[in-house]
Design a protein around this ligand. Sequence first.
Ligand SMILES: [Zn+2]
Ligand SMILES: [Zn+2]
Length: 111
Amino acid sequence: MQTKTCTRCEKSKPRDDFQNLKASPDGKQPWCRLCHRLSPYGLTEEQYNALVSDGQCHVCGGTPEELVIDRGHRKGKVRGVLCHTCSRVLGMVYENTEILKAMIEYINGNA
Ligand SMILES: [Zn+2]
Ligand SMILES: [Zn+2]
């Protein structure tokens, strides 16, 4: 199997782990796919693996096929990984805990 060394994580990975790039001398991106995914979050592969090690959403504990990296709305540091549902709910309430508390009260009051 042909491998290529990623210039970000410096790991030797199968060429399939690199996206095609016609302009590049070897036809592949210099960074592996995972590095492209993680670099906007400033995460290393090891940090990412630690976050997803139990495969669980950090809010509901569900084990979805894919976990979303969550770092809040002000592009701060990564807080955890979430399932798509929790990530969407968090985005919809704008992380306003007052809204969340009011919702809980509303639900309890109308149960
Ligand atoms: Zn890499
Ligand atoms: Zn969840």
